[in-house]
Design a protein around this ligand. Sequence first.
Ligand code: ZN
Length: 319
Amino acid sequence: MVFGALDIGGTKIAGGLVDAGGRVVARVQRPTPARGSAEGMMRAVDAVVGELAGRAEWGALEGLGIGSAGPVDTFAGTVSPVNIPAWRAFPLVERVRRHPAVPAGVEPVLVGDAVAMAAAEHWAGAARGVANALCMVVSTGVGGGLVLGGALHAGRTGNAGHIGHITVDQNGPVCPCGARGCVERYASGTAIAAHALESGWRPPAGRPATAREVGEAARAGDARALAAFDRAGRALAAAVAATAALVELDLVVVGGGVSQAGEALFAPLRRHLASYAVLDFTRGLRVVPAGLALDAGLIGAAAVGGAAAGVAVRGRSAA
Ligand SMILES: [Zn+2]
């Protein structure tokens, strides 16, 4: 038994076959022709599916999941990724279903990439065996997904858990989404780098002004870099505390490029969380780094595809 997975992002289109234990057994990848036409994008997806279908394991395909950069609409089967302008309400599920190699009876299932990450962490990563978890991706943007009652909670359109657009400052800066004071305006890699620059931090000569460089500076004790991460950790902590109050969380998992800064991010996040999550049922909430790195998108898409096919893919540690 294998599950097929597609992971569609602004820079690459990845495909994989994942076994029942959550291990990637085949992997293919193409660059995303993000500035090309809608059909050019689809040709690249078709090529990835075709290449996967050439693998012997494809014969044991039980489900097919698609994780995509958002926004997505699982209910409609459409995607409108911010980084792929040619795709607006593009009927990706229907188009993948029509690929001649996709067997009749295998229904592709679509979720947002952060929801896929949550599915992956629940199946084979840091949230294995955890009934109620918030899994966040802190990267160029901030996304997330929820596991509730032992199962992925994707929501009607596949976007539940999108913590990046929770307002943490009612009078805060306007967010590209149209609201004010969203978490993303403080905690994304872009926001961290911008805040550090505004306060006078500069990257070492020849290096880009990215959150990664700010993280290096924070580790070296630079006060401006530390302040940028403190601000990010505080915004994340406020949103995590709100989420915990709403749904009672057992665990918070943080992945994505910015989480690679390690304690520069986790220390302020935990410190602020201790002051925001103060109710009996929210206090002491554990916050841990993601367990899966590069393959989380594929493993999560496969988990979603398998779950939709009625195959239990929860928690390989419990097996
Ligand atoms: Zn927003």
